[in-house]
Structures are given as structure tokens and as C-alpha cells.
Design a protein around this ligand. Sequence first.
Ligand code: BYC
Length: 352
Amino acid sequence: MYGNDFAVPDEPLNAAETPDYEAALAEHAAGEMDRSAESRASFDALIAADQRIEPRDDMPQEYRDTLIRQIAQHAHSEIIGMQPEGNWITRAPSLRRKAILMAKVQDEAGHGLYLYSAAETLGMDRSEMLDRLHSGKQKYSSIFNYPTLTWADAGAIGWLVDGAAIMNQVPLCRCSYGPYGRAMIRVCKEESFHQRQGFEILWALMQGTAEQQEMAQDAVNRTWWPALMMFGPPDTGEAATQGGHTEQSMAWGIKRFSNDDLRQKFIDMTVPQAQKLGLTLPDPDLRWNAERGHWDFGPIDWDEFWQVVKGNGPLNAQRIAHRVRAHEEGAWVREAATAHAAKQAATQERAA
Ligand code: BYC
């Protein structure tokens, strides 16, 4: 049983099934991301022509720094993001659910690894990025600082958190920095499956007992607003960030849409899905605005967002402590892998 069994099959369930993603795939297939561009022109000309910047191209330090900041933050989000759902692997309600959830969490680890590799092409070592995560100098997404209290949270994360993540990541497939854009193509394919599995968990609960339906509704009530915050601070108004990165990142072709535009697209796509599931989104101001052709929605609590970003969310301290402990406990694996690589290299040298 998959999402298609209860959603209209030719209607996109997520952004990876929309023409935007198809366009990014076509762009890659047409070879517009190949390295031949690098010798052709300067950075500005490449950006103006919407070509890709590759690791050996000259690039302004600010462009490099912005990408390291964003890609490292993205990689850290994937790695820390394993914790909330990992919490449910041992308690998933059936063997099938357990196998699916394990595969999903493992996918997130893979995403983190591609992204660390993409960031390393910009000149920062993975161990340094991890040190910066552990010491709070680099961030990860606010969403992963909330607890997963019931099994329904696994559904709400897949449906809403992975759903928001794909909405943000499909345009990143067209990011001006080649290694990041290429990593995103595969990540989006996997996230698309993740979103469907979350939808399906909630669907199953909504066909169940009144208690199961309440559990699904409660998880959605708790996840909805933090999922909207994932897109980052608003573009305008009092809560807009002074000196936010959007304008510059859009000029460089790193971001293709503003935070508010992506948030609106996500809401527009998600409301009809909630209706199909029979779930209520916890926003009394949510209503269709025919004039705008979009769903209007209520105010987001940006104070809560900044508290979480600054480290004061419900689980920030626990998430980092758990990550640091896992890193320390994994030291012997890194040492063994390094010793094995040195041995292999010595053998190859002798053979040569
Ligand atoms: N949380 O000018 P802005 C996943 C910060 S994981 C924390 O808009 P930018 C998954 C921002 O860093 C996928 N901080 O910034 C895994 C900046 O502060 P700094 C996660 C946030 O970079 C497991 C300040 O606010 N996705 O899918 O232009 C299980 C001003 O913001 C957040 C990504 O990482 C936030 N939510 O735009 C399930 C996507 N939002 O750095 C699922 C890649 C903003 O100046 N990242 N800030 O101190 C991006 O697309 C962009 O970085 C953002 C922010 C849209 C998030």
C-alpha cells in the first residue's frame, strides 16, 4: 500500500513530483552542469549565464563562505534529524513499519554524508564541520529540537517535515554550485518516498480507532507550526531578519525562491492533502483567498523560532549531547578505518 493508493495518482503529492523537479533533471541530463563551463568565463559571467560553478572555478570568498554555511547546516540537519525518528525504531508498531523506518533514517545519514562531501569541495574538512556543530558554531534546522512523543510523530515528520524539506530542496537542485545541486537530485528522490511513507502512516491511523485518530491529530497539531518555521524567517515585516541572506543568495543562484514564497507553496500543497487525510491543520485563520490564488494563514510565532535557533528549544541540549556522545563512541571506528586505509595504501605502494 503506497500513497498512490489513496491519493489521486497523477496529482503531485510533493514538490519532487512537480514540473520544477523535472526541469532540474532535464537540465542535468542536458549536461549543463558539466565542468567545461569552468574554463569559459569568470564567476560573474557564469552566474549571469545561469551556469554552474564547480570546485576548481574561481569564486568570491563570500560565495564560498555562504555555501559552506548553508551546506554544512543542511548536512548537520540530516544527521541530527535522525534522532527524532530514530527514537521510534525500537517501538515501531510492526516489523514492516520498523524496516521502513530504519531505511528512512539510514537515508538521512546518507544525505548527511553526500552533503559533507559537497561542503568539503569548498575547502572545509568534515571533522572541522563536526567540531563546529558540536560547539554550536554551526547550526542545524530548528525543527529537530522538538520531541517525538507518539508513533504518529513518525507520520507527521514524514508528511510535514520531509514535505517542507523537499519544497525547499527541489529548487536547490538548480543551485549554482554544481556539487550541491547534484547531491540534491538524489536527496529529493529519497525525500519524496519519505514524504509518502509519512502520509501513509497517518492515513493508516486515520482509518483506525478514535484513539489512533486523536494521536494523528495531536502529532499534526504539534508539528505544523515548527514545519512552517523550517523555511526560515519572513522576507518582510517586523520579524524579517536584518541582514538576512536571501537577497544575496538569490543573486548568486544559490536560493531560487524566498523563504516566504516556499512557505506559501508548501501550505498550498499541504492543505488539500490534510483534507484528504481528514486531519485539521491547527490554524483558525487558514482560508482560501481566491483573489491571491493562495491559502491565507495565521501569524507564525517568530519569537519561538529564534528561541529554538539560539539553543533554547525543548531538546537542543539533548540533541547535541547525544550527537557528541555518538561521535566519541565512534572514535574507534574512525581510527580503525584510518589504519585500514593506511595499510591499503602501503600495500599498493609496495606493489607499484
Ligand atoms: N533553523 O537569511 P536566512 C531533512 C537561520 S533536513 C535554524 O533565511 P538562509 C530531514 C539562518 O541560518 C533538511 N536556523 O538564511 C532530516 C540564518 O542564520 P546564520 C534541512 C535557521 O541560509 C531528517 C538566519 O536564520 N534543510 O530534510 O538564506 C529527517 C537567517 O535566515 C532556519 C536544509 O537545511 C531554521 N529552520 O536560508 C527528516 C535546507 N532558517 O546562518 C527530514 C538548506 C533560517 O546567518 N538550507 N535559519 O547564523 C536552506 O535552504 C537555507 O539555509 C534556509 C535559510 C532556507 C534554511
